[in-house]
Design a protein around this ligand. Structure first.
Ligand code: HEC
Ligand code: HEC
Ligand code: HEC
Ligand code: HEC
Length: 469
């Protein structure tokens, strides 16, 4: 196996913070096709045609008028910024998702997998474009536009007209007209994860990774910041009708953690019914893909192989190892319960040939439990004391988290960054600048994942911990 897997981790978003709108400089002039499309689709909606058939998609052009969502500068007069299209087309990688299929790596993947041109393969278009059947297209649009508005917000034909009316309610679009409720953080995360984790129908497995696909990982708050958000930061919290939640990112982080754990357990259970079992991408990648050094220098051997046969690849526990800290803050008994359930999944999965039925049962049970916790986390109050406690707890668990592998370290780094940013916005750390540098140091250590060193990472986490005052 390769000694090094040179694929730097992304997800580090200092750079995207505080970046103002550079759109005008880049000269984006959204098309004006929006208004006529609205008239057309409003007509469809009122004539009822869109109501009985499956809801239809309009493509992003229908949203891009400067008076709709294609404004160059953000507006301040209402809750919507109206520059969503401009942000998406210039700064959001989703608008380049189709183009990614045509790059050197994308095309080579198509050849390796024997699926022909990637940009024509349903296997790829499922996550890289708005690939809906002809019958669900309200007007002509282009797959080349990549992952666009309706991939996340749902088919727009029926609500496009009504949602521009004064006093029209988001809830009405959601209840009757096919809009997806991205305001609900649980549903929002589930939506992101259809592509950023995958499911039984569309997925990125080890075969695709070996052909060149990036390893999928996710964390709602970091990824939302990096996207970047085209909505007002504190928007969209269901229990905050005034739209102002100063701790929105902690809520996003905590709820997102629960949902990604739950969905990954659902996927694991689904995979037990698959042809390839065990599916390699369920494991900690760098258990297999690390550099081998003389025995004296091996951290794996120094760490030992708790609860598994030496050399069997361990299950990737990254979605749990940091999340359990927030569960512990909310409900200690719940944490013990979840600990017990997940160590069962972990033990089963870290055997050489995991028993499919047993894994499916244990994963399904843990998923249910995690779903219940998600509903508590979304409804909870967050504040400075809790945020600080979480930062302290996570950074003081440095030895344990670091030893579980690179994916766990990446989740810890993203968690510390998200919580730091939230705390700094509302309150201030004494050693703010040093902390920022120390957290940046965590990300630096993840640049070459196959040479990840848990001892160094753990030392860096301790440094973060010492600065939390
Ligand atoms: C389950 C959804 C899913 C499927 C199916 C999928 N992808 Fe992706 N792809 C993603 C996501 C999500 C990313 C971004 C990953 C990240 O940066 O975290 C991505 C990134 C990529 C990239 C890297 C783009 C860049 O800017 O560096 C390439 C190339 C790519 N995919 C090609 C393909 C090809 C070719 C196929 C079909 C064989 C395919 N993908 C199928 C979800 C998917
Ligand atoms: C990758 C997913 C994704 C894509 C693509 C996307 N959005 Fe969003 N959008 C979101 C999320 C998540 C939110 C925040 C939750 C919310 O307010 O619904 C949001 C919020 C919004 C809001 C604010 C809604 C409110 O009530 O405050 C508008 C308007 C919007 N998006 C329009 C667009 C338009 C127009 C496009 C295409 C040019 C687009 N979005 C593309 C995910 C997406
Ligand atoms: C329909 C599939 C799909 C959905 C839904 C989706 N994404 Fe993506 N996302 C992608 C693909 C594909 C890419 C890779 C694009 C590229 O690199 O060209 C991507 C890239 C990204 C990136 C850039 C990563 C990088 O390496 O820079 C971020 C951040 C991101 N998505 C966040 C989100 C968030 C947050 C949500 C939910 C609100 C979401 N995505 C929903 C498919 C999706
Ligand atoms: C059980 C061991 C095992 C696990 C776990 C595993 N792989 Fe692999 N991987 C392999 C083997 C074996 C090959 C084939 C190597 C070859 O043919 O040279 C491979 C090939 C690859 C390749 C193509 C070869 C290269 O270096 O470019 C990539 C990329 C890759 N794996 C990434 C990953 C990622 C990312 C994960 C975790 C999501 C992962 N692997 C998990 C064993 C594993």
């Amino acid at each position: 196996m390769k000694a090094k897997l040179e694929r730097p981790r992304r997800g580090f978003f200092w750079a995207s913070l505080g970046l103002g709108a550079t759109l005008t400089l880049l000269g984006v002039f959204p098309t004006e096709t929006g208004s006529s499309a609205i008239a057309l689709t409003a007509q469809r909606a009122t004539s009822g045609a869109a109501l009985d058939a499956p809801h239809q998609y309009t493509g992003p052009g229908a949203c891009s008028s400067t008076t709709c969502h294609g404004s160059i500068a953000p507006m301040t007069i209402n809750r919507v910024k109206q520059n969503e299209y401009s942000v998406w087309i210039v700064r959001d990688k989703h608008s380049k998702a189709y183009a990614a299929l045509m790059g050197t790596i994308g095309e080579r993947m198509g050849a390796i997998l024997g699926i022909g041109k990637s940009e024509a393969a349903p296997k790829c278009l499922a996550c890289h474009a708005l690939d809906v059947p002809e019958s669900e297209r309200a007007r002509t649009f282009d797959l080349t536009e990549g992952v666009s508005c309706e991939n996340c917000h749902g088919p727009a034909a029926a609500w496009l007209g009504p949602h521009t009316e004064r006093d029209w309610k988001h809830e009405d679009s959601v209840a009757k007209l096919g809009m997806y409720d991205t305001r609900d953080i649980i549903k929002r995360t589930e939506r992101c994860l259809t592509c950023h984790l995958g499911n039984e129908k569309k997925y990125v497995d080890h075969t695709m990774i070996a052909a060149g696909h990036p390893d999928l990982y996710f964390e709602l708050d970091s990824f939302s910041a990096q996207m970047p958000r085209h909505w007002k930061d504190s928007n969209g919290e269901p229990d905050q009708p005034d739209g102002s939640d100063p701790w929105f990112d902690v809520r996003e982080w905590a709820t997102g953690q629960a949902v990604q754990l739950k969905q990954s357990l659902v996927l694991l259970a689904e995979r037990t019914r698959g042809k390839a079992w065990p599916e390699y991408s369920e494991f900690e990648c760098y258990a297999c893909h690390h550099s081998i050094v003389p025995a004296e220098g091996s951290w794996e051997q120094a760490r030992g192989y708790a609860n598994r046969r030496p050399g069997d690849p361990p299950w990737n526990v990254a979605r749990y190892v940091v999340f359990r800290e927030i569960v512990g803050q909310v409900d200690e008994a719940g944490k013990q319960n979840l600990d017990a359930e997940l160590s069962r999944v972990n033990k089963l999965m870290s055997e050489l040939n995991p028993n499919r039925e047993e894994v499916a049962t244990a994963a399904t049970k843990s998923a249910r439990l995690t779903g219940e916790i998600a509903r508590r986390l979304i409804a909870m109050q967050y504040n400075a004391a809790l945020t600080l406690r979480l930062l302290q707890r996570i950074s003081s668990d440095s030895g344990n988290i670091s030893a579980q592998g690179e994916h766990c370290a990446a989740q810890a780094a993203m968690a510390l960054q998200s919580l730091y940013v939230a705390y700094e916005r509302n309150d201030k750390f004494q050693d703010s600048q040093q902390l920022r540098v120390a957290i940046g140091g965590l990300f630096e250590q993840l640049q070459v994942p196959s040479s990840y060193d848990p001892n160094r990472f753990s030392r860096q986490m301790k440094q973060v911990n010492a600065l939390l005052r």
